[in-house]
Design a protein around this ligand. Structure first.
Ligand code: KG4
Ligand code: ZN
Length: 341
């Protein structure tokens, strides 16, 4: 039997300092995540400078824990994979510098990974039979994309947001109704107590590409609704606002995703990114896929939000295709999907 391939993966693009050890691409040996959420909560969002400093403090510790809990040493690794974009430049630089130092010291190959390609690859961890081609709806704090995954390293963007990302809209609306940061999980929970048909929030139609999204109008509609209630002295039912807003987002995401799968002649739909852990989104897409005879794939919530296991999966598929980066690898905050630098 062929020798097993082990990848040490590092992720530090935003506010999670994470390291993982992956075996043969899809098997998680360890997945360590230090979340900085408690630190950034105070400010209502991620403060880039604080994130970078905390990454520096934690990166060695999470790597040590990842190796120890996988019962491995650096020597057992075949390659070191690291997120090099997109993300916050100072945050990315910590992971990239660390990975380069480890690669240099150990003589192991270095593989740079695109963060969003990592999110997509999270689907391979628990869906052992999933192989490209498939459509993937990527919904995170910074991205909303419909991506046609043609191969492990080949992607075509079918649709994208023209303004806010879905997660950004969740976070902004959560702040407006006093739920705090990060808003997504809080709206998800509160919406369960509300009526999604209570308030008719708009579903944006975007000219040009029928698969593009726009969430800034919806966000403004929620803010206007809250202002009007305040002016009229009407009490706001926060659960109804959360449920109606959430359904407006989910409705558009589901409709576009199903339409994109059918239009591209595929029969598989995957979801990825932090917002993909939203329970109503998962239920809504699952039902729609059942109706349409489409196979639906999704990672467990822990692999939806930022983690290093997903970077290890994407890193593995790049590694076996021969991708290697030099010690001149740099952080690229606006790295485009499918772009190799
Ligand atoms: O993928 P991620 O961890 O980081 C980025 O790459 O952006 O996504 C974070 C985003 C945040 O906007 C957060 O509010 C949202 O994902 N999120 C959720 C849920 N859990 C996290 N949004 C809706 N429902 C959730 N359960
Ligand atoms: Zn992410």
């Amino acid at each position: 039997m062929d020798k097993d391939t082990y990848i040490l993966a590092i992720e530090s693009s935003c506010d999670e300092t994470a390291a993982a050890v992956m075996k043969n691409g899809r098997e998680v040996c360890s997945n360590i995540i230090f979340s900085q959420i408690e630190l950034h909560k105070l400010y209502g969002g991620v403060v880039p400078e604080i994130a970078s400093r905390k990454h520096i403090e934690k990166v060695n510790q999470v790597i040590r824990e990842a190796l120890d809990s996988a019962d491995c040493t650096l020597n057992d690794m075949d390659a070191i994979a690291v997120t090099y974009g997109p993300g916050l430049v100072g945050a990315l630089l910590v992971g990239v510098a660390e990975a380069k130092a480890l690669a240099y010291a150990s003589g192991k190959p270095l593989v740079g990974v695109h963060h969003i390609e990592g999110h997509i690859a999270a689907n391979y961890i628990e869906n052992k039979d999933l192989e490209p081609p498939f459509m993937c709806l990527v919904v995170s704090g910074g991205h909303t994309h419909l991506v046609k995954v043609m191969d492990y390293d080949s992607f075509e963007i079918i649709g994208r947001t023209r303004d806010d990302a879905a997660g950004e809209a969740f976070d902004k609306v959560a702040r407006a109704i006093g739920l705090g940061y990060p808003g997504g999980p809080k709206i998800d929970a509160l919406a369960k107590e509300g009526n999604r048909d209570a308030i008719a929030f708009p579903r944006a139609k975007v000219d040009g590409n029928e698969f593009d999204f726009s969430f800034s109008g919806l966000k403004s509609a929620v803010l206007n609704y809250l202002n009007q209630c305040e002016m009229k002295g009407v009490e706001i039912n926060r659960a109804d606002v959360a449920a109606s807003f959430q359904y407006a987002v989910i409705d558009v995401l589901t409709t576009h995703a199903i339409h994109a799968v059918k239009a591209s002649g595929l029969n598989k739909l995957a979801i990825a990114g932090g917002v993909a852990s939203n329970s109503s989104l998962r239920a809504n897409i699952s039902e729609a896929c059942k109706r349409e005879g489409i196979s639906f794939y999704h990672p467990s919530p822990i692999y939806c939000t930022d983690n290093a296991a997903m970077i290890g999966v994407a890193g593995y598929y790049s590694y076996i295709k021969g991708v290697r980066h030099g010690l001149d690898l740099n952080a690229v905050p606006n790295l485009k999907i499918g772009e190799r630098l």
